[in-house]
Design a protein. Structure first.
Length: 153
């Protein structure tokens, strides 16, 4: 993947598979996060600001920031995986570049290298002020994911 925004959407089947998996994630539901964009090798997740996802200074908590980054990268990789497979994070590294403030955070996961077993993604998290239209990079990182066969039902 070249890192540029993907203009073509994922297939309806892929979008449905991603959304069904995302809907089973208790943490994302608990945080109030939602998927806003699904394209081949690229997923965006938005987390609205509210007291439950902040730390003592009023910034988004690093745990919430990291969780949506990890999830965006995981689903970006999952868009490229075949049916009857699942995705698991092997490792990720995140750099917190600035206090995470805004009306919401937007995490963008982008596949850098898709492999048969391991996939590497770039993770970016932006603080977004809706009224001002401003968007500031507050965290970035890299992640390695593994493709595994779905457990037999």
């Amino acid at each position: 993947m070249d890192g540029q925004p993907q203009s073509e959407p994922a297939s309806p089947e892929t979008r449905a598979r991603i959304r069904a998996s995302f809907d089973r994630q208790g943490l994302m539901s608990h945080l109030g996060a939602r998927i806003t964009h699904i394209a081949p090798g690229r997923v965006h997740i938005v987390l609205p600001s509210r007291p439950e996802v902040t730390q003592q200074h009023g910034y988004f908590h690093a745990g919430a920031t990291s969780a949506i980054a990890d999830t965006a990268g995981g689903y970006a990789a999952f868009t490229l995986f075949p049916e009857n497979t699942e995705v698991l994070t092997v490792e990720y590294k995140i750099n917190l570049l600035a206090p995470a403030v805004g009306d919401h955070l937007e995490a963008v996961g982008t596949v850098l290298k898709a492999g048969r077993t391991l996939t590497v993604c770039r993770l970016e998290v932006f603080g977004v002020q809706d009224g001002e239209g401003s968007r500031k990079l507050v965290a970035n990182g890299q992640q390695t994911l593994i493709r595994v066969n779905s457990p037999e039902q």
